[in-house]
Design a protein around this ligand. Structure first.
Ligand code: SF4
Ligand code: SF4
Ligand code: SF4
Length: 326
């Protein structure tokens, strides 16, 4: 029976599954969603086959929420298929938006990842060095397995994307904002990130006193003073370089922002923006005051620069991936 309801779809690619749960985090508001929308494809919750999507007319789906980056050929195929079948494609969550935590695998290539996962870990016994192949012959027939790529890509590096919902996973208010904007037809221009034009610092209740620091602490090394800016207490917080819209939820739980909202609108290179903010608070703008060794000592306190500055956004950054020798 034909209805006037929106037809919506959810799909996951290189994803942890958290974004699928985030959809349910809207709790009883899901009932409002069901009033206006029918779910026509959601493999994690209902049994669908890919041919169900293939058989849909083009643009049959009104809105597809796609979470996860593109790590293998099956995910790329589904991204292209869902693009073809959807009027609106939304990159939902940091992995689809920016590559996300799985995108840190761009520090290695397929060969190195397979070596680690299938050979060199202590618990692995694989003397014949068997790794996944795209075509496997078994007695029942041939098994076709997706090709694992060298590089994790963001959704918009594979297909055209209409909107982005940031976060790892997106905060409840971001999901509701997206659903309400779609329902009311009040969406901003195509290509927009559905989040406010402000940073996490702008939303953070902690007070900044424009203090300089000389020592950085890892989270477990220091109990932060309440109400004061964590960064000014030496705890590396990505708030200055991260787009708000989450209500600074980590800061309210005494944890620093790790950057899941992605870059601020005016500084699209999130890692570089944070390095600049950190250099400023460490006083490195007055570089002539410091010897090279002193600068080196200050900077070497950041134990995992890529994991810190690009935890969610390496595939979307200008670095994109580590260049590997063949
Ligand atoms: S954005 Fe975060 S919660 Fe969502 S799939 Fe990626 S890792 Fe999981
Ligand atoms: S740096 Fe972190 S703790 Fe400080 S104001 Fe910004 S978000 Fe809050
Ligand atoms: S505070 Fe930072 S890491 Fe935490 S939810 Fe907000 S943007 Fe993400």
């Amino acid at each position: 029976m034909a209805t006037n309801k929106l037809k919506i779809a959810f799909y996951w690619a290189a994803s942890c599954g958290g974004c699928e749960i985030a959809v349910l985090d809207i709790n009883e508001k899901i009932l409002d969603v069901i009033q206006i929308a029918d779910v026509v494809f959601w493999p994690v919750a209902m049994d669908f086959k890919y041919k169900d999507v293939e058989n849909m007319p083009d643009k049959h789906i009104d809105v597809c929420f796609f979470n996860g980056g593109i790590r293998n050929s099956e995910q790329e195929h589904l991204a292209k298929l869902l693009r073809q079948k959807s009027k609106m494609l939304i990159a939902y969550g940091a992995c689809a938006h920016l590559g996300g935590v799985p995108g840190l695998a761009n520090l290695a290539n397929k060969k190195e990842i397979f070596e680690k996962v299938y050979s060199s870990t202590f618990s692995t016994a694989n003397s014949e060095n068997i790794t996944p192949k795209t075509l496997v012959h078994v007695k029942e027939g041939e098994v076709d397995i997706p090709e694992f790529y060298d590089t994790v890509k963001t959704l918009d590096q594979v297909v055209d994307v209409d909107y982005y919902v940031p976060g790892c996973p997106p905060a409840v208010e971001r999901t509701l904002f997206a659903v309400e904007a779609i329902a009311k037809g009040e969406l901003p221009p195509k290509g927009s990130v559905l989040a406010p034009l402000k940073s996490v610092c702008d939303e953070c209740p902690r007070k900044k006193e424009n203090k300089r620091i000389s020592k950085l602490y890892r989270v477990y090394e220091k109990t932060p003073e309440p109400e004061k800016c964590l960064l000014e207490q030496g705890i590396l917080c990505m708030g200055p370089a991260t787009r708000g819209g989450c209500g600074a939820r980590c800061l309210k739980a005494d944890m620093p922002c790790t950057g899941c909202g992605g870059p601020c609108p005016n500084s699209p290179e999130q890692g570089a923006a944070m390095i600049s903010a950190l250099a400023s608070i460490l006083g490195l703008e007055d570089e002539q005051k410091y010897s090279e060794e002193e600068v080196e000592k200050l900077i070497s306190q950041v134990k995992d620069p890529i994991g810190t500055f690009y935890m969610y956004a390496l595939p979307a950054s200008i670095l994109r991936r580590k260049v590997m020798k063949e």
